[in-house]
Design a protein around this ligand. Structure first.
Ligand code: SAH
Length: 445
């Protein structure tokens, strides 16, 4: 067994599910973050988990021609990005192959997978950035957590966060220093500010700053807020979120609007959405619009269709397809998301959509007719109960939107005897990371 600290010379032959480079060494499997296929390196073993040794690069001995200089100087230490060192066209190839491999290995489906649709500029795309704040060597810093840890890697500019969010985070940290407002310390449970969360609107000039605090009130709050507003006039609303719990969950239940209206507005394909501090909203607005437009334009929706949008979140997919069909039924289990969805549909004058707050499987079992099913389940995929109900209802078309190729493949294996797979289209919703979003179009046999 490989001990911690052992140094090994190895060659990377493939990527793990989470984008680490894989080295096989004497029957051991080693995952190395930032090592690319065909590269050789001296690596140092850090720890072992579930039979796999995790190592970091000590010295690169043979470089891949696909290697690029990362935009972010802490790309390897930070837990956020897996692929900053891989050139972007190659990232897109990796994602296309990842989907194809999952469909082949898990679902035994040998189908054509289209090239992954990416961004023209794959940096600074995130519309939501949440950064922990900590005191390190008597200085307040903000950044992101290291891989699988609560140690912060200080970052001045995150290469995938909206540039406006980067600037605001740095400015707030400097103002905290001026006002001597202490960041929260997880060990001593002292200090005030835990996280900074910035949400930016892509289409509107609106920006929300959320100060996540460990207590209700803090010294010189009004002056502190005024200083933030003065240095960052682009901020349109500031919210205090109070999280007194000793937990990894970032946001607490209690909220107080300190400035502005307490939410921002953004739109997807010209439909406007209210986004509050805790609302779910897709974090890459450009790819999201490409994905919705792709469904609208390519996947054969008809004016007399009844469409079920299952696992609908705040209803963005159903609302953007509503003008193409007769009726949309939208089912989602989270109460607050359904509440937001109802408000948003009303504000946009979309009347042919009905929102149901329920478990998707339980609801679909109550239907007796359906033309088209759109399903966008969470990472763990759908359920056998839901898929069996689909096979009973037999909609002529299914559009499956997935954020995990493995669970997508598992679910398609259940549908494949009744449905033909017509299109598999990956989208790069999260450039620089190992994640891939996939749209699959299925036609009843
Ligand atoms: N379609 C939405 C959200 C997709 S995320 C969008 O594009 O924005 C997946 C959603 O499934 C989440 O909102 C989650 O709350 C919901 N969900 C999870 N399990 C569910 C279940 N059993 N029944 C209905 N909805 C569920």
């Amino acid at each position: 067994m490989l001990k911690q600290g052992t140094i090994i010379h190895g060659k990377c032959t493939s990527y793990s599910n989470e984008g680490e480079g894989v080295i096989h060494h004497d029957k051991e499997v080693i995952f190395v973050k930032g090592l690319l296929v065909n590269e050789e390196a001296e690596v140092i073993i850090n720890y072992k988990r579930a039979g796999i040794s995790y190592a970091s690069i000590k010295k690169l001995l043979k470089l891949s021609p696909k290697r690029i200089k990362p935009k972010c100087p802490v790309a390897t230490a930070c837990g956020g990005c897996a692929f900053q060192v891989l050139d972007y066209p190659e990232q897109l190839n990796y994602k296309q192959e990842k989907v194809a491999a999952a469909l082949k290995q898990i679902a035994k489906l040998n189908v054509k997978v289209n090239p992954c649709i990416g961004l023209d500029s794959p940096y600074y795309y995130r519309n939501k950035t949440q950064m922990p704040v900590k005191m390190i060597n008597h200085h307040i810093v903000t950044g992101f957590y290291k891989v699988k840890s609560h140690d912060i890697v200080p970052i001045n500019e995150c290469a995938i966060a909206d540039k406006r969010a980067n600037k605001i985070a740095q400015s707030v940290v400097a103002i905290m220093e001026d006002f001597k407002i202490e960041p929260y310390n997880e060990d001593t449970r002292k200090g005030i500010i835990r996280h900074l969360l910035v949400r930016t609107s892509y289409h509107e000039k609106e920006i929300m700053l959320v100060l996540v605090t460990s207590c209700d009130s803090f010294p010189s709050r009004n002056n502190f807020i005024n200083a933030i507003k003065k240095a960052n006039p682009e901020i349109t609303t500031i919210v205090q979120n109070i999280n007194k719990r000793d937990t990894n969950v970032i946001l607490g239940e209690q909220e107080r609007v300190l400035y502005g209206k307490g939410y921002i507005v953004d739109s997807l394909l010209d439909i406007k959405f209210h986004i509050s501090a805790s609302s779910f909203f897709q974090i890459n607005p450009i790819t999201t619009e490409k994905l919705y437009a792709y469904i609208k334009q390519n996947l054969g929706l008809k004016k007399d269709d009844v469409l079920l949008d299952a696992y609908s979140g705040v209803g963005t997919i159903g609302m953007s397809l509503a003008s193409n069909v007769k009726q949309v039924l939208s089912v989602e289990i989270e109460k607050s998301a359904v509440k937001d969805a109802i408000k948003n549909a009303k504000a946009n004058g979309i009347n042919n959509i009905k929102f149901i707050c329920d478990d998707a499987a339980r609801y679909i079992n109550t239907l007796d007719k359906l033309d088209v099913l759109v399903m966008d389940p969470p990472r763990k995929g759908s359920s056998l109960e839901f898929l069996n109900a689909v096979k009973r209802l037999k909609p002529t078309r299914i559009i499956y939107v997935s954020c995990d190729p493995n669970t997508l493949a598992r679910d398609l294996a259940i549908l494949k005897d009744m449905y033909m797979i017509k299109v598999v289209q990956p989208f790069d919703m999260f450039p620089m990371t190992y994640h891939v979003e996939t749209v699959v179009y299925l036609l009843r046999r």
